[in-house]
Design a protein around this ligand. Structure first.
Ligand SMILES: Cc1cc2nc3c(=O)[nH]c(=O)nc-3n(C[C@H](O)[C@H](O)[C@H](O)COP(=O)(O)OP(=O)(O)OC[C@H]3O[C@@H](n4cnc5c(N)ncnc54)[C@H](O)[C@@H]3O)c2cc1C
Length: 516
């Protein structure tokens, strides 16, 4: 078995991982990326852009206020203040890295999105912001002498030494062989968990590997039950599902049923422009009742407004629908995970030698709900914070990595258990949840978990993570932000505050009843 050595191992090559790698100079950094860069990350899929309070009349305080409002009394005001204060510098850094923000005259053009009181979302190349940002960061990383990228490599397990902490990771190399990378510091930048759901906007690698690996070591986690659903993914035979931006509804598109009734009528005063979680719930409930939900954007695409949505237009035509003529079939879809591995301001986890940044981390910025376009910002600011802290940290001597437990690794691929797990998450952990469904789903997950073979390491991660997420949702007997319980439809004010989203350990009674 091959063994490698580096100062810093960065697992994941989205915006967070790339920013961390660049900032860690002069440390030697090894970045793992499981596939071709443009195909592997949510970062590359981001359409809207990156939020920053830099427009006329806007302020850090206003952006902080909007973030806290959307987070439903659960975000950490200190962390929110710190991250938003870094937004201006983050944009400067991206520009210095070659990102060309769209401009109106000599200013960056800024767009209004749901939940923001000011136009503050900066775009690149219209609705291809993520792709352009990732491409620019890749050029920088490719030119950086301290960074080496291993494409086609995937981490499967963290290696920890007793009393020392994390000392590297067990990986599958580009030829599909197991290998060990010994590192003084290990950074998780593995993104989100959307792929655990049947319907998602997230790409193939958003399977929560990093979060599961951290959970396996007992790292502190928070907000695991909080998953943001996007209300309008195009319902076609594709995985991931293409996203139809909220801006379409902003431009006049309406959600309707196949019978022509308005989906959002009676749900919220803002109708189709209600908060994302409210719209996602309405779409989900109609679908559960057997009604087809469509986004009627014919008026938008038959007018001049169509010019603002070239990506959506192309996508619809690709799937054989002319959006100027026919409404688009939509579904809610898992989109963003607010929960993650708890980190401090520098990205340190509760385990020595282990750091996290980006969607896999819980910084306190999002609480129970994410404000649109705050996540790319978090990925840049926290990625840089991790890299900078590692660059100046005094390296501890860490022992050589222990031999990995299992040589062989079963591929997950089309495994029927994996398909069942994704269906189960969709039905039990979707936009509307209840105790009975969660209990049944948890029991089935725990039973199948026990039946896994030692070589099913990747499946084991996913089953364990799903069990932890369902357990957290079952224990949260209230509705808050993206977590909606039909049997507990009100927010429990006694659970307000940033620490109330920290995952608590199950009580003995909960453990006995399976809610563990
Ligand atoms: C369709 C879509 C549109 C979005 N639009 C916006 C937007 O407009 N604005 C905004 O702020 N946010 C948006 N988001 C959310 C945002 O893109 C993500 O939250 C953010 O990019 C996360 O960055 P990241 O670096 O943490 O993770 P990612 O960009 O997902 O990168 C994770 C990396 O880790 C790799 N990885 C995973 N597992 C392993 C493993 N085991 N070993 C090695 N590598 C691994 C992945 O392949 C990938 O390279 C959008 C998300 C989606 C899906």
């Amino acid at each position: 078995m091959d063994r490698w050595q580096t100062d810093v191992l960065v697992v994941g090559a989205g915006v967070a991982g790339l920013c961390a790698a660049l900032a860690a100079a002069p440390r030697r950094v090894l970045v793992l990326c499981p596939d071709e860069p443009a195909r592997t990350s949510s970062s590359a899929l981001a359409q809207g852009g990156i939020a920053a309070p830099i427009g006329p009349g806007d302020s850090v305080e206003s952006h902080v206020g909007d973030t806290l409002d959307v987070a439903c009394h659960s975000a950490d005001p200190e962390a929110v203040g710190r991250l938003i204060s870094g937004a201006g510098d983050a944009l400067e850094f991206l520009e210095a890295s070659g990102v060309k923000f769209d401009r109106a005259g000599n200013r960056r053009s800024l767009h209004l999105e749901a939940g923001h009181r000011f136009a503050r979302v900066a775009h690149v190349a219209g609705d291809r912001s993520g792709e352009a940002i990732v491409a620019a960061l890749w050029s920088c990383v490719s030119a950086a002498p301290h960074v080496e990228v291993r494409i086609g490599w995937r981490a499967v397990e963290l290696i920890a030494a007793s009393g020392v902490g994390v000392v590297g990771a067990r990986v599958i190399d580009g030829r599909g062989h197991p290998a060990v990378i010994h590192a003084r510091e290990t950074v998780l930048a593995t993104g989100g968990i959307g792929r655990l759901y049947r319907h998602t906007t997230n790409g193939e690698y958003a399977t929560g590997d990093g979060l599961a690996m951290a959970l396996a070591l007992g790292a502190r986690t928070a907000a695991l039950e909080f998953v943001q659903f996007h209300p309008t993914a195009l319902r076609v035979d594709a995985d991931p599902l293409p996203l139809l931006t909220e801006a379409l509804r902003g431009a006049g598109a309406r959600l309707i049923t196949a019978r022509g009734t308005l989906v959002m009528a009676g749900h919220h005063v803002l109708g189709d422009l209600a908060p994302r979680d409210v719209v996602a719930r309405a779409v989900w409930e109609h679908a559960q009742a057997g009604e087809e939900v469509l986004l009627d954007a014919t008026a938008v695409f038959a007018s001049d407004k169509a010019r603002a949505f070239p990506g959506a237009h192309r996508t619809a035509l690709f799937y054989g629908i002319d959006p100027a003529v026919a409404p688009l079939p939509v579904t809610a879809a898992a989109h963003y995970h607010m929960g993650g591995v708890v980190v401090d301001a520098s990205g340190r986890t509760s385990i020595p030698g282990l750091w996290a940044c980006g969607e896999v981390a819980y910084t306190g910025l999002h609480g129970a709900n994410r404000l649109a376009s705050n996540s790319l910002l978090e990925a840049v600011v926290c990625g840089q914070a991790v890299g900078t802290a590692i660059a100046v940290a005094k390296f501890k001597s860490r022992p050589a990595a222990a031999a990995p437990k299992v040589e062989a690794l079963a591929a997950v691929g089309m495994d029927a258990r994996w398909a069942r797990l994704r269906d189960r998450m969709w039905h039990a952990m979707g936009p509307v949840r209840d105790a009975a469904t969660l209990g049944t789903a948890l029991a089935a997950t725990l039973t199948e978990l026990e039946e896994l073979r030692p070589e099913d390491v990747l499946l084991h991660h996913r089953f364990t993570l799903v069990a932890a997420m369902i357990g957290a949702a079952a224990r949260r007997e209230e509705s808050r932000g993206a977590h909606w319980r039909s049997d507990f439809p009100l927010r429990d004010p006694s659970r307000d505050g940033p620490r109330a989203v920290y995952s608590r350990r199950p009580t003995p009674t909960e453990r006995r009843s399976g809610v563990a």
